[in-house]
Unconditional design. Structure first.
Length: 374
């Protein structure tokens, strides 16, 4: 009886202190993603894979339950303990990222996943991103007596290391996302805009050189060139179909189950989920989803203004910026504003690694924005 009371008090205090607006938006986005997983994968499972038409949906449901457990756990523990534990996890997952070129599973010419037999296939970079933000924030918020150039240089070297490991997979989308996250955190920490610009321009020139002149990355080069020349190559097929589906859906969509994109484009339920939604439910559904994301980011930033600890501010800025940028890239690819990158939409896209990653980020955000008990 005493144990039940203590558990009740523990979660009562958790519910009383978390930011309920942020938590509600997270739950709503997960529910929306679960619903669209059902309507976008049932035909794929039954027609193409000859299996239970709800198999993808049930897997997605399991991932979301796991994600909710992660969110509650991370948002409930002590903030200092969370950050210390996150630094340990950062190095452990970084080791797994090193192992990808050697024991990684190759899918469609890219090695991005690891299958350790005891664990289902997962993408190390998805799990690394939340802890990478905490690691960077820890470095950038260290005491002022440490040489400021040393701090920024060390943070850049770690970022360059991770970006290099991603680039050889190759995964250009996640590479750019990691560089963007570093730039946001460095800029927020108060570095000179000139210093930041030199680093960013140098990194982009180096990446451009690799893409254009190193044979290993010719497929990225052809994808970029075909983006600007719609008549060349086959790399435009997915983007063109996605844009056509958005156009055909109109303002209110064709209706549930009436879309055809999910049957024509591989991985439509992950990389092109926003087009699937638009085709069946219209642009108005996309506008509502964008409003939800913007409300989420606005609420987090509003909470940042009330926080005194510099490290916490940097972590929250990094987490919310990462979510926003990933959503922008996903939507941009779907409307053919950017070349195809294989970027999932946070909260909504199908995929275990993606859901676990966004759940970790959400748990960290809820932990650092909850009302402190004096």
């Amino acid at each position: 009886m005493i144990e039940k009371i203590s558990i009740y008090n523990l979660y009562y205090n958790w519910w009383k202190n978390i930011d309920k607006t942020i938590f509600s938006i997270i739950i709503l986005l997960f529910i929306i993603g679960l619903f669209f997983s059902l309507v976008s994968t049932s035909l794929i499972a039954s027609d193409k894979l000859d299996t239970n038409s709800y198999s993808f949906f049930f897997k997605h449901l399991i991932y979301i339950f796991l994600g909710m457990m992660i969110i509650i756990l991370l948002s409930n523990i002590d903030s200092i303990r969370l950050l210390k534990f996150s630094l340990i996890l950062f190095f452990i997952i970084l080791i797994s990222l090193f192992l990808v070129p050697f024991i990684g599973v190759e899918v469609k010419g890219s090695k991005r996943w690891i299958d350790l037999f005891i664990l289902p296939r997962f993408q190390p970079i998805e799990l690394l991103k939340p802890f990478f933000i905490i690691f960077l924030a820890t470095i950038l918020s260290t005491e002022k007596r440490i040489n400021i150039i040393l701090k920024y240089s060390f943070s850049f070297l770690i970022t360059l290391l991770i970006s290099s490991l991603l680039f050889i997979q190759p995964d250009i989308g996640q590479t750019l996302l990691i560089l963007f996250t570093w730039s946001i955190l460095v800029f927020t920490s108060g570095v000179s805009i000139l210093f930041l610009s030199i680093f960013v321009i140098s990194a982009l020139i180096f990446l451009l050189y690799l893409v254009m002149f190193v044979s290993k990355f010719t497929y990225i080069k052809s994808r970029i060139l075909s983006f600007f020349d719609r008549e060349s190559g086959t790399h435009n097929f997915q983007s063109d179909k996605a844009l056509d589906s958005i156009t055909s859906g109109g303002f209110f969509g064709k209706g549930i189950g009436e879309g055809t994109l999910k049957n024509k484009v591989p991985e439509a339920h992950t990389d092109y989920i926003i087009s699937v939604i638009s085709e069946e439910f219209g642009v108005i559904a996309i506008m509502l989803i964008i409003i939800l994301f913007l409300t989420f980011i606005y609420t987090v930033f509003k909470r940042i203004l009330t926080i005194k600890e510099e490290k916490y501010k940097l972590i929250l800025v990094g987490c919310s910026s990462l979510i926003l940028m990933q959503a922008i890239i996903h939507i941009g690819v779907n409307i053919r504003l950017f070349p195809t990158t294989g970027m999932t939409l946070p909260f909504l896209s199908y995929g275990g690694s993606s859901i676990v990653s966004i759940s970790i980020i959400s748990g960290i955000i809820l932990n650092l924005t909850k009302r402190k008990i004096n």
